[in-house]
Design a protein around this ligand. Structure first.
Ligand code: FE2
Length: 95
C-alpha cells in the first residue's frame, strides 16, 4: 500500500469511527425526543458506518504501528431536527 493511500485510508477509518458514534448518540437523542423512527434510522446508519470502518481497518492487515489520524467530524448534541441536517451535511462532505 503506498503512503498516500495508507494516510487517506486511516483518515477514512477515523471518519467512519466518529460517524458510527455520532449516529448512535443522535439515535439516543431522537428516542429521548420521541422520534422512534428517526432513532431507528440513525441506529441503522450507525451500523452501516461500523461496516465501512471495519472494511477500512481490514485493509491494514499488513500495516502495524500507531498513527495520529486527522478526520473531519461534526460535534455537538442539539435537536433531532438539527442532527438530521448535520447528518445530511456530513454525507455531502467535500474536500
Ligand atoms: Fe461511511
Amino acid at each position: 500500500m503506498n503512503h498516500m493511500t495508507a494516510v487517506n485510508l486511516r483518515s477514512a477509518f477515523g471518519g467512519e469511527a466518529m460517524a458510527n458514534m455520532r449516529y448512535k448518540i443522535w439515535s439516543k437523542k431522537a428516542l429521548e425526543e420521541g422520534y422512534k423512527n428517526i432513532a431507528r434510522l440513525f441506529e441503522a446508519i450507525s451500523f452501516a458506518e461500523e461496516v465501512h470502518g471495519s472494511n477500512h481497518f481490514k485493509e491494514f492487515e499488513n500495516v502495524e504501528g500507531n498513527y495520529i489520524v486527522a478526520s473531519e467530524g461534526g460535534f455537538g448534541l442539539t435537536t433531532t431536527s438539527e442532527n438530521l441536517q448535520r447528518a445530511i451535511d456530513g454525507e455531502n462532505f467535500e474536500i
